[in-house]
Design a protein around this ligand. Structure first.
Ligand code: FES
Ligand SMILES: [Fe+2]
Length: 358
């Protein structure tokens, strides 16, 4: 694994309008969001034939389903007749998809099975009128989708995250503890800037800060996988939910992974519009292993939620200030904010073709 932190020098921050202008968000939808893989759920939610999970990924309505041949498939959640929804957002189970508007029926593998009243014209070529497919894949018990056929495959996209994950237990050996969802009045980059540095920990996360050996934290940017990695150690005995080693990841554009000796969680950051994100985080833990280290797995999730809420609170205040239009720009420290410098460099590269309005 190769890290790039040493190359980072003092940098100026992104311009404030990148954080709140709808035109920037619209550009990001096509030039960033559509081109990456997105964590959308856990594999156990689509383990059985007919299990599906439906969500809106930014402006795109999607459904992931385990078809009757046990193949994991992804489609736009949109009927070929007049764009009706196949299923509502959330998880469920079905034999076939029946459009909720006029009742066209599709197999979970995507073929059109029945179009009431249209049989002769439409069902004659069921493949041609099938659901619109999207890419779907899974890794370490999590389901990812990608809307760009020319993007690299999932494992290539993950890059050096794969060898990091190999140092920790796989989710298949842990207990799945459920998920939490939050919405925040912040741009995805406000949250990304924050998640890529540990500089704020002492001010914003008093509990977390006291449970970490801060002098031993190593933050590096990894170009193979485009992520920022925090190699951390926890203070022994400080906190009921944290001990041993950890490795935190912020992967561009919106994936957080928190590996620990006895637990794992993953979070997806969905940019709903220029000023709003939805966060969803899934938790796994290893109760036996944790117990042997004197850790109580029941406290992992509330402690984690406290950290999320603290981050949201500060990010919402920063967002309000960025959106005020008076921030003249600032400076990032290569010593304290190398991850944020790297994150902003990726943003700048991705937005290099953005034409500023006259
Ligand atoms: S829109 Fe789906 S059946 Fe009409
Ligand atoms: Fe934080």
């Amino acid at each position: 694994m190769q890290s790039f932190t040493a190359e980072l020098i003092m940098a100026t921050t992104l311009p404030h309008h990148y954080y709140h202008e709808p035109a920037v968000y619209a550009y990001e939808c096509e030039h960033i969001f559509r081109r990456h893989w997105w964590l959308v759920g856990v594999e156990s939610a689509v383990a059985e034939k007919g299990n599906y999970l439906a969500l809106n990924l930014m402006k795109w309505p999607l459904v992931v389903v385990r078809d009757q041949q046990a193949t994991l498939r992804g489609f736009y959640n949109l009927c070929r007749h007049r764009a009706g929804p196949l299923v509502l957002e959330g998880e469920g189970r079905c034999r076939d998809f029946v459009c909720r508007y006029h009742g066209w029926r599709y197999a979970c593998s995507g073929e059109l099975l029945k179009a009431p009243g249209f049989e002769k014209d439409v069902v004659a070529d069921p493949q041609a009128m099938g659901l619109l497919p999207i890419r779907v894949d899974s890794w370490n018990g999590m389901v990812f989708v990608c809307l760009d056929d020319s993007a690299p495959d999932l494992v290539t996209w993950l890059g050096d995250i794969v060898p990091v994950a190999a140092k920790f237990d796989a989710t298949s050996t842990m207990h799945y503890d459920g998920d939490v969802t939050r919405q925040a009045a912040a741009n995805w980059k406000t949250y990304g800037d924050n998640s890529c540095e540990g500089y704020h920990v002492g001010m914003v996360h008093r509990n977390l800060g006291s449970s970490m050996q801060r002098e031993s934290i190593r933050i590096d940017a990894y170009d193979n996988g485009k992520f920022v990695g925090f190699d951390v150690s926890y203070e022994p005995g400080r906190d009921q939910s944290r001990a041993g080693k950890g490795f935190w990841i912020y992967k561009f554009p919106g994936l957080l992974l928190h590996f620990a000796d006895y637990a794992f969680n993953a979070e997806t950051v969905l940019p709903l519009d220029a000023n709003t994100i939805r966060l969803r985080r899934w938790f796994w833990s290893h109760a036996e292993k944790a117990g042997a280290s004197g850790i109580d797995t029941a406290s992992i999730r509330p402690n984690s939620e406290q950290v999320i809420d603290e981050d949201i609170a500060i990010c919402e205040l920063v967002q309000r200030n960025l959106a005020s239009g008076i921030y003249p720009g600032g400076t990032l420290s290569p010593d304290r904010e190398p991850g944020t410098i790297y994150f902003q460099r990726l943003v700048r590269d991705a937005l290099s073709g953005f034409a500023e309005p006259e």
